[in-house]
Design a protein around this ligand. Structure first.
Ligand SMILES: Cc1cc2nc3c(=O)[nH]c(=O)nc-3n(C[C@H](O)[C@H](O)[C@H](O)COP(=O)(O)OP(=O)(O)OC[C@H]3O[C@@H](n4cnc5c(N)ncnc54)[C@H](O)[C@@H]3O)c2cc1C
Length: 436
């Protein structure tokens, strides 16, 4: 019996520009496609809430279901397994005659650990780990990971010219057949989000969004509009699909290039590219710094002078701080799973500077809620704003009242999300000076 190829999907749920399927198609051995969902993602962790909230779970399941439907047109299937990833893969490898494992490189330390543990447990298998989530691959990246550029500017100067010419791969026309399985894998979760999501998961909606965005003229004014707090077309909204991997950054770049040829290049179109390079910077930053991405002191040698105060954190999460703009952003996050980039900067500054809280609690709350959650972008940006990461200027503090005047001069955004309601002083004490 021929050895089966095991294609293990993660944040790369697509067929287009997907090196995994290209590699698999070069062989005739049967192909087994799986996604493993770790139940730990759905249970409260040390921050007291599950890493993956219900909206993000629904978004993920939509992505899995969509890819399964596309695969079925090629005679294939995507199996959803639920359990400890290493144990689930061990069971598959020992029962299903697996000869090789294909998995995209994922940028975080936990993912890399898992990949290394698998290789250690089954050293005789053939492993391939292509780069499907980034513009560059490890071999073509023009900067070193050790030492990794200390700032985004250093990184950008070295990579900018090369990245522009990356060529995406076409989706596969044919795939090897699915194997006859020894065991039935029942993994399936009811797919019922409490309410429709802001962005539908999966490659079908990601491709449709890409097409719609570049069919409009929004890209030509992106630089002027990108900082707005609300407005669907004022920034690209590619983050959802990029985080899930249902759209490749190389495909976006190619579409941007085609748009520039049709409509003309300007500072705004360049700025979309510039922001995609920020994403690229954090993907490799996570690779380079490993576990330090989640460390309180980040890349610094000393710990920040912040700590944890439950009442202040609760107030931030629920949007009842003294700052209506912060409250509005936090309520939007909870309701929709999204917050604008400017909003993210402001609420992070509030948590670190005004509330003097440990930045990791903010990052963990974002992880739970953001539909576009991406470990490298999230924890990297939080470190940056907390002054323990890649910002050469150190900690950033925004003047929240001034920001409200600039970005919400008529109070429309605060009104939409009722940022004024429930607002309370941060610290209330009783007669004996105890916090209440
Ligand atoms: C505290 C904080 C946490 C964040 N967490 C995440 C996260 O979990 N996932 C995530 O994708 N982005 C994160 N970002 C970056 C950014 O806020 C979002 O990518 C952006 O708001 C998504 O909207 P958009 O696609 O319309 O962005 P656009 O402004 O249209 O940008 C285009 C694309 O460039 C990339 N990009 C833009 N800004 C950044 C940035 N600062 N860092 C990395 N990539 C960037 C994104 O992929 C984005 O889709 C975070 C930013 C901050 C300040």
């Amino acid at each position: 019996m021929p050895d089966t190829q095991l294609l293990w999907l993660g944040q790369d749920l697509r067929l287009d520009d997907q090196p995994l399927f290209h590699l698999a198609a070069q062989n005739s051995q049967p192909l087994l496609c799986v996604y493993v969902l770790d139940p730990l993602e759905l249970r409260p962790n040390r921050y007291g809430f599950a890493p993956m909230g219900s909206q993000r779970l629904a978004f993920l399941l939509q992505g899995i279901q969509d890819l399964d439907q596309s695969l079925s047109k090629l005679g294939q299937k995507l199996h959803l397994l639920i359990g400890d990833p290493l144990e689930q893969l061990t069971q598959l490898i020992t029962q299903e005659n697996i000869g090789s494992v294909l998995r995209s490189r994922h940028s975080t330390w936990n993912e890399q650990q898992l990949w290394n543990q698998l290789q250690k447990r089954f050293p005789y298998l053939h492993y391939q780990q292509p780069d499907s989530r980034t513009l560059f691959s490890l071999d073509t990246l023009p900067v070193k990971l050790d030492p990794y550029p200390k700032s985004f500017s250093q990184f950008r100067r070295q990579v900018e010219k090369q990245a522009y010419s990356v060529t995406p791969l076409a989706p596969p026309q044919q795939l090897p057949p699915a194997p006859r399985l020894q065991t039935q894998y029942p993994g399936d979760l009811a797919l019922k989000p409490a309410r429709p999501l802001l962005f539908q998961g999966g490659e079908t909606s990601a491709q449709a969004h890409l097409h719609t965005y570049f069919s409009s003229e929004a890209a030509s004014s992106y630089k002027e509009t990108r900082n707005a707090l609300q407005g669907w077309t004022l920034s690209t909204k590619f983050s959802f699909a990029l985080a899930q991997g249902s759209l490749s950054p190389r495909r976006i770049l190619q579409s941007l290039h085609a748009y520039e040829q049709r409509q003309g290049a300007n500072e705004s179109t360049y700025w979309i590219y510039f922001e995609l390079l920020w994403r690229e910077y954090f993907q490799w930053y996570a690779q380079a710094h490993g576990v330090a991405l989640f460390r309180f002191r980040g890349l610094n040698t000393h710990r920040p002078l912040t700590s944890f105060y439950p009442q202040a954190f609760k107030s931030w999460c629920e949007g009842t701080t003294p700052w209506p703009l912060v409250n509005a952003c936090m309520k939007e996050l909870k309701a929709t799973g999204y917050m604008s980039n400017r909003g993210r900067q402001l609420v992070a500054s509030c948590l670190v500077n005004e509330l003097a809280l440990d930045w990791r609690w903010g990052a963990a709350w974002f992880e739970h809620h953001l539909l576009d959650y991406d470990a490298a972008s999230n924890w990297g940006n939080w470190q940056y704003l907390a002054g323990v990461g890649a910002d050469p200027r150190g900690q950033r503090q925004f003047n929240l009242n001034k920001q409200a005047q600039v970005y919400d001069p008529n109070g429309d955004f605060v009104r939409t999300w009722q940022g004024d309601q429930g607002k309370r002083p941060l610290y209330q004490v009783d007669a004996a000076d105890w916090p209440i």
